[in-house]
Design a protein around this ligand. Structure first.
Ligand SMILES: Nc1ncnc2c1ncn2[C@@H]1O[C@H](COP(=O)(O)OP(=O)(O)O)[C@@H](O)[C@H]1O
Ligand SMILES: [Mg+2]
Length: 515
């Protein structure tokens, strides 16, 4: 490997006050052993292998054995032999993000890889393995974050500082969904970590999915699948460190990692190389600790800071939602979005199964009116799905059950609501209006009524105020409502065949807010 230029090295490290040296005594595969480092090393320390002035291989300490330190390289070990000089860096590695990093694409060592020249370094170093704010000083989750995807905004409301996992097999649409959220969110900044992706996918993600507008308010960290495990793992750390930098300035940050499974696999590679025993599915115990430490760094900030809302994709191998990484992530995050191949196969994207997905910010994040709409929509979906097989076989006779008839009439529109092209954006209020209309519960937005929405529409308001019991003319009446009596939302709820069920459900609803 070429000697690192000084600017590149400065991007990820603080130069040591004095140089301390060790010496290579053994190289086994990707594992290097050194001696002679004194008291200066600990797990995670950086070491530079420097056989001559032209070669400089950055490594990290991953373990100790019999008085030797075990290192893994960030690049190839070409040119490294026994007796090679190992320059030890005593301080914990840090990066120095800057506002000018927005719009940039960088690698797992915080070096620019977009051909737009070197990065400017900021004045505030952030440790790569930063700690989350202490639990007692952390704020509570903030208000609902607009993610621009109507299924998520309505059925899976996500708040500032919440952490969500996105689970599916490969090719079901996780990356596209993440890019939509990064592009359409009303968060101040997005920090996106693409960990272990194929190189081709990265370009597609940047150009087709995120687009120039999305990129302009994002920092993208990339480590492709062919890079060394340390680079892939560190890309995830750097993503969080950059998110923390913006959070500390009071910004509400959206932090995406695609995927944390690849992060876990990198940690597995590192742990096994350092001699750790494998436990479940070949993952050594450190995998789960590292995973928890990483995801815990997202969340609300301390008083005076902003927040980091985390969206983490999880690759569910063989569509087995109980494999160890899925299980571990589900136990850490505050909600999960489950995407299913059967749904994608019938052409509905994003292929989110709303009945199997949960946001722990619900129902507190929504207004009573919004919760009523969601409860009723879920009821209709459940009714339809329970009967779907019979309906498809033609074994259900129309008229036998008004509830099922209603679901059959409405379901196609709900399905249409749930599907969203990646170039389409739907804001929170817009989504509820649309869903409310479909299920026959006209949605009257508080913000519209108090006219403080940025997109405030005076004409619409006048319409609503004049004819509170009528819908705007362009909206079709939902099938369940009789032509001549358009009830107000409250009346409607009282009359609805679902009211009894809704009430019963509401009373029996399990607490989903705690862990
Ligand atoms: N919202 C969407 N609209 C249209 N097509 C989509 C959408 N989401 C996903 N797809 C299709 O699914 C394919 C796989 O999506 P991707 O996000 O790469 O899956 P994953 O990350 O889960 O492996 C995409 O190439 C695209 O063809
Ligand atoms: Mg993907």
């Amino acid at each position: 490997m070429d000697r690192l230029s000084d600017k590149a090295k400065a991007a990820v490290t603080l130069l040591p006050d004095k140089e301390v040296y060790g010496e290579v005594t053994k190289i086994l595969g990707l594992l290097v052993e050194i001696v002679g480092f004194g008291q200066n090393l600990s797990i995670g320390s950086m070491v530079y292998l420097r056989p001559n002035d032209l070669i400089d291989v950055p490594c990290e300490v991953v373990g100790f054995r019999d008085g030797h330190a075990l290192l893994m390289p960030f690049g190839t070990l070409e040119g490294i032999g026994l007796g090679c000089k190992a320059v030890i860096q005593e301080k914990a590695p840090v990066i120095r993000p800057d506002d000018s990093w927005l719009g940039r694409v960088i690698n797992g060592r915080a070096e620019a890889i977009d051909g737009l020249g070197p990065l400017r370094l900021g004045g505030h170093p952030v440790p790569l393995k930063n700690k989350p704010p202490p639990p007692h000083s952390r704020q509570r989750m903030g208000k609902q974050l607009d993610l621009g995807v109507r299924t998520v905004n309505s059925f899976l409301a996500t708040c500032q500082g919440q952490r969500m996992g996105i689970f599916s097999g490969s090719g079901v649409g996780k990356s596209v969904l993440l890019s939509m959220m990064a592009r359409y969110t009303d968060a101040d900044v997005s920090v996106i970590g693409l960990v272990g992706e194929r190189g081709r996918e990265v370009q597609e993600f940047l150009e087709d999915d995120l687009g120039p507008d999305g990129l302009a308010r994002s920092v993208v960290v990339v480590a492709t699948g062919d890079e060394p495990a340390l680079m892939r793992r560190q890309a995830a750390y750097i993503t969080l460190s950059i998110a923390e930098y913006f959070r500390d300035q009071g910004k509400n940050v959206l932090c995406l990692i695609d995927s944390v499974t690849r992060f876990a696999m990198a940690q597995r590679e590192i742990g096994l190389s350092a001699g750790e025993p494998p436990t479940s599915k070949g993952y050594p115990p450190t995998t789960f600790g590292e995973l928890a430490r990483l995801l815990e760094r997202a969340g609300p900030g301390a008083q005076g800071q902003g927040s980091i809302t985390g969206l983490f994709s999880v690759l569910v191998e063989g569509d087995d939602h109980n494999e160890p990484i899925s299980d571990a992530v589900r136990g850490i995050v505050d909600g999960h979005i489950v995407m299913q191949r059967e749904i994608a196969d019938r052409g509905r994207y994003p292929a989110i199964n709303v009945l199997k997905s949960v946001s722990r910010a619900m129902p507190a994040a929504l207004t009573e009116q919004q919760n009523q709409i969601i409860r009723r929509a879920k009821q209709i979906i459940t009714t339809y799905e329970d009967m779907a097989e019979l309906i498809r076989l033609g074994a259900y006779r129309r008229g036998s059950d008004p509830e099922v008839d209603n679901a059959i009439a409405i379901y196609p529109q709900i399905e249409e609501f749930l599907s969203q092209h990646k170039d389409e954006q739907t804001m929170i209020e817009e989504g509820f209006e649309r869903l409310g209309t479909i299920i026959g519960m006209p949605y009257l937005s508080e913000a519209y009524m108090s006219n403080d929405l940025p997109g405030y529409d005076a004409e619409f308001e006048a319409l609503v105020r004049q004819q509170p019991n009528e819908k705007p003319p362009e909206q079709e009446a939902a099938p369940v409502i009789e032509e001549d009596e358009q009830p107000s939302p409250d009346e409607f709820i009282e009359k609805s065949p679902f009211t009894a069920i809704n009430k019963a459900n509401k009373d029996n609803e399990p607490e989903v807010n705690d862990g």
